[in-house]
Design a protein around this ligand. Structure first.
Ligand code: ZN
Length: 227
């Protein structure tokens, strides 16, 4: 979050300064709950995307979307809704499969006619970075990921996909093919008005280190994984 947020805040600040009058005007409308604060080109290792910055009400309601192709075309865009994982995505941790899923998603979306990668600040399945590190400490003492979260007083998965659904709607992607192994994500998006016409498995090769973690996700959280 820190690295990501620093860059994003700077960008947001620059855009907000440039478009100050417009933001204030928009803040009175219904769309004030979700604003696209920036749009820019983003060439990546996996192809060229357009990056959007979205802001909702609180600090948790902030996300970026990497978009390619025509989202309102005939075919449903390929979508990944990815929750930030600093240790995995940035620091290359092998405790989880987040970075591998992120890279696989960018690769698949980069090859699809149209798609979106939504990147959300829901660190540690929604419990925040510091609590996630506390949970890691408990796991080093023998707990699994679900037991650790629960012993800290959190749900096994505290994420919420309503904000994601709002962004998808604003981008015009109301029918999607979702890259995910998580049936709960499909359910929540559908409840929020997004039609998931296909769930595309997102399972990279599993490292020896993350195997136990993946087995817990399958057994206790119902993720559809081949482990
Ligand atoms: Zn992770």
């Amino acid at each position: 979050m820190l690295i990501f947020a620093a860059k994003f805040d700077l960008l947001y600040w620059a855009i907000a300064m440039a478009a100050g009058t417009q933001s204030r005007k928009h803040s009175k409308t219904k769309s004030a709950r979700l604003r696209a604060v920036a749009r820019a080109e983003l060439p990546t290792r996996y192809g060229r995307f357009t990056i959007y910055g979205f802001q909702g009400r609180g600090p948790q309601e902030e996300a970026v979307a990497l978009v390619r192709g025509n989202l309102r075309g005939k075919g449903a865009p390929l979508v990944r809704v990815h929750s930030q994982c600093l240790t995995g995505d940035v620091l290359t941790s092998l405790r989880c499969d987040c970075r591998a899923q992120l890279e696989l998603s960018l690769q698949k979306i980069g090859r699809a006619p149209s798609g979106i990668l939504l990147y959300l600040p829901q660190e540690g399945r929604g419990i925040g970075l510091m609590n996630k590190l506390r949970a890691y400490e408990l796991q080093d003492g023998g707990m699994d990921t679900v037991e650790a979260n629960e012993s800290l007083g959190f749900a096994a998965d505290a994420r919420d996909y309503d904000f994601s659904a709002k962004i998808l709607k604003q981008l015009g992607a109301t029918r999607i093919r979702l890259l995910s192994n998580n049936p709960e994500k499909v359910r929540q998006l559908e409840r929020a008005g997004i039609r998931v016409v296909e769930r595309v498995p997102c399972q990279p090769r599993i490292s020896k280190i993350s195997r136990a973690y993946m087995q817990t996700k399958k057994a206790k959280m119902g993720h559809l994984l081949d482990v």
